[in-house]
Design a protein around this ligand. Structure first.
Ligand code: PHE
Length: 454
C-alpha cells in the first residue's frame, strides 16, 4: 500500500468498502465489545454505543476518509500538508497503532490457540472451568501462539498479498455474519437465556456513568479503526467517483452489526452457564474464550462449529492486524526510505518484543499492575481510552476550524455525489463532536482520579 505508484488502487466502491471493513471488523467486535458490554451494565452500554456509532463514529469516519481522499496522502503527511502546525497530530496518530499492534497480536495468539484446540478435537477440555486461566497464566504457551500470529501477519505484509486476503474476505465476512447469527440464535434460545438477553438489550439508566460513555467512545474508535490515520490512508486510495457517505454508512452498519451479534452470542450464554449470576459478567478480557467453548459443547456439531468459528475469528483478526502493521510499515518506508522487507522485519521484531509484557502479565508478571490493571489492559486503556479521544478531538478541531466543514463536505460531494447528512455533519463537526469528546474525556479522567464521581 505504501508505494505511491499503487495509489488509487481500489477500482470499485466494493473494493474500498471491503478493505475498510476488513480493517474495522476484527477482535474489537468479537472479543472486546462483548466483554465491555457485559462489564458496563449490558443494555446501557449497547444503547450508548449505538448512538455514538451513528453520530460521532459517522462524523469522524467521513472526516478521515475525506481528508485522505483530498490529500491523497497517508496520515503523517496528510496532516502536515493541510496545516504545518498540525503535523504533530500525525505523530500522535502513529503512536496509537504502535501501542495496539503488540497486544492485539497477543489476543490473536489466543484465537490461534483455540482454533488449534478445536482442530485437534479437544473442544471439551476448552469448555472446562479454569482452562482459559490456566492457559494464559503459563509463560511459554501463550508466547508461542503470539509469535505464530505475529509471523503470519508479517509474512502477509512482506509479500504484499493483502489484496489476496481482501478477496478472500469477500467470502469470509458473509460467512462470519451468518455463523454469528446461527450461534446467537442458539445461545438466545437456551433455557435461562432470557435474563441475559434482557440484561444485554434493555438499558438500565441507573447504570449510566461518564466512565461508561468514555468506554463506549474508546470502543467505537477502536472498532471502526478511527483515530490512528488508517481511514485517512484508505481514503487516499478511494476513487473520486465513489460515494463517500454511503460507503461510510455501509462500513459502520456492518461493523456495528457484527459487534451486536457477538454480544448476543456471548452475553446470554454467560447468564445460562453461570445460572444468572451477574458477577460472571465482569470476567473481562477472557469472556469470549471462557463462554463460547461452553456454548459449542452443548451444541450439536459443536466441535465443528467451534472450529469454523475460531477460523473465521482468526481471519477477521488477521485482516485487522495486517492493517495495523501495514500502517507502521508504510510510515517507515515513507519516512525513512526503508524497503518493504526491512521495514516489515523491523516492525515484526518490535512487535514480538513489545507484546511480551502483555502476554506475561497474566502469569509470571501479574504482580505488575499499573493503575490497578494487568499489563494488556493497561496498554489497551492508554491507546483506546486516553490517546484515541485526544487524536479524534484534534482531527475534529482541524476539520471544523482550520479546514472548515465546507472542505470536507465538498470532498464528500465530489463528482456530484449526494451527501444527505450535510446539515447534521456541520453541527456534529463544529460543536457536538469536539465538545462532546473533550467533555467526556476530561470528566472521566477526573472521575478516575477521584476528583468527583458520576
Ligand atoms: N478495528 C479493528 C478491530 O475491531 C482493530 C483495529 C484498530 C484495526 C485500528 C486497525 C486499526 O478489531
Amino acid at each position: 500500500m505504501g508505494k505511491k505508484s499503487e495509489r488509487s488502487s481500489f477500482t470499485s466502491k466494493l473494493g474500498f468498502v471491503l478493505a475498510a471493513a476488513g480493517s474495522a471488523v476484527g477482535l474489537g467486535n468479537l472479543w472486546r465489545f462483548p466483554y465491555l458490554a457485559a462489564q458496563y451494565g449490558g443494555g446501557i452500554f449497547l444503547f450508548v454505543y449505538v448512538i455514538l456509532a451513528f453520530t460521532f463514529g459517522f462524523t469522524l469516519m467521513v472526516t478521515e476518509v475525506a481528508i485522505g481522499r483530498k490529500t491523497g496522502k497517508s496520515a503523517i503527511s496528510a496532516f502536515r500538508s493541510l496545516d504545518k502546525r498540525f503535523g504533530f497530530v500525525g505523530i500522535l496518530a502513529t503512536i496509537v497503532p504502535v501501542i495496539i499492534t503488540p497486544y492485539y497480536c497477543v489476543i490473536g495468539g489466543w484465537v490461534t490457540k483455540y482454533l488449534a484446540v478445536y482442530l485437534s478435537g479437544a473442544g471439551h477440555a476448552a469448555s472446562l472451568d479454569g482452562y482459559f486461566g490456566a492457559f494464559i497464566s503459563q509463560p511459554w504457551q501463550p508466547l508461542v501462539w503470539f509469535f505464530v500470529f505475529v509471523i503470519a501477519t508479517s509474512v502477509i505484509v512482506v509479500l504484499g498479498v493483502e489484496k489476496g486476503v481482501e478477496k478472500a474476505s469477500k467470502i469470509m465476512m458473509p460467512v462470519l455474519l451468518v455463523l454469528s447469527l446461527v450461534i446467537a440464535v442458539y445461545s438466545c434460545t437456551r433455557p435461562g437465556a432470557l435474563g441475559g438477553i434482557l440484561y444485554y438489550i434493555r438499558p438500565d439508566f441507573s447504570r449510566l456513568s461518564v466512565k461508561t460513555v468514555l468506554a463506549a467512545l474508546g470502543q467505537l474508535f477502536y472498532s471502526m479503526s478511527l483515530a490512528m490515520g488508517i481511514m485517512i490512508t484508505y481514503g487516499s486510495y478511494m476513487p473520486k467517483e465513489t460515494n463517500l457517505e454511503s460507503s461510510v454508512r455501509q462500513i459502520e452498519f456492518f461493523d456495528t452489526l457484527i459487534a451486536f451479534l457477538a454480544g448476543l452470542m456471548i452475553i446470554p450464554a454467560v447468564f445460562v452457564f453461570s445460572g444468572g449470576d451477574e458477577s460472571a459478567m465482569g470476567a473481562g478480557a477472557g469472556l469470549m474464550f471462557i463462554t463460547l467453548p461452553k456454548v459449542f459443547l452443548s451444541m450439536p456439531g459443536g466441535q465443528f462449529i467451534g472450529g469454523l468459528f475460531f477460523f473465521l475469528v482468526l481471519f477477521a483478526a488477521l485482516t485487522s492486524s495486517i492493517s495495523l502493521m501495514e500502517t507502521i510499515v508504510s510510515i517507515l518506508m515513507d519516512k525513512l526510505g526503508w524497503n518493504r522487507l526491512f521495514a516489515t522485519v523491523s516492525t515484526m521484531v518490535f512487535v514480538l518484543i513489545a507484546g511480551i509484557p502483555s502476554s506475561l502479565g497474566f502469569g509470571i508478571w501479574s504482580h505488575i499492575t499499573p493503575l490497578g490493571m494487568d499489563l494488556l489492559d493497561f496498554f489497551d486503556f492508554v491507546s483506546n481510552t486516553v490517546m484515541m479521544p485526544i487524536v479524534s478531538f484534534l482531527i475534529c478541531f482541524l476539520a471544523a476550524y482550520i479546514l472548515k466543514p465546507d472542505t470536507i463536505i465538498k470532498e464528500a460531494q465530489a463528482n456530484g455525489a449526494s451527501f444527505k447528512s450535510e446539515k447534521f455533519y456541520r453541527i456534529m463537526i463544529r460543536y457536538v463532536a469536539p465538545i462532546g469528546i473533550i467533555a467526556i474525556w476530561v470528566s472521566s479522567m477526573a472521575a478516575g482520579l477521584g476528583l468527583f464521581s458520576w
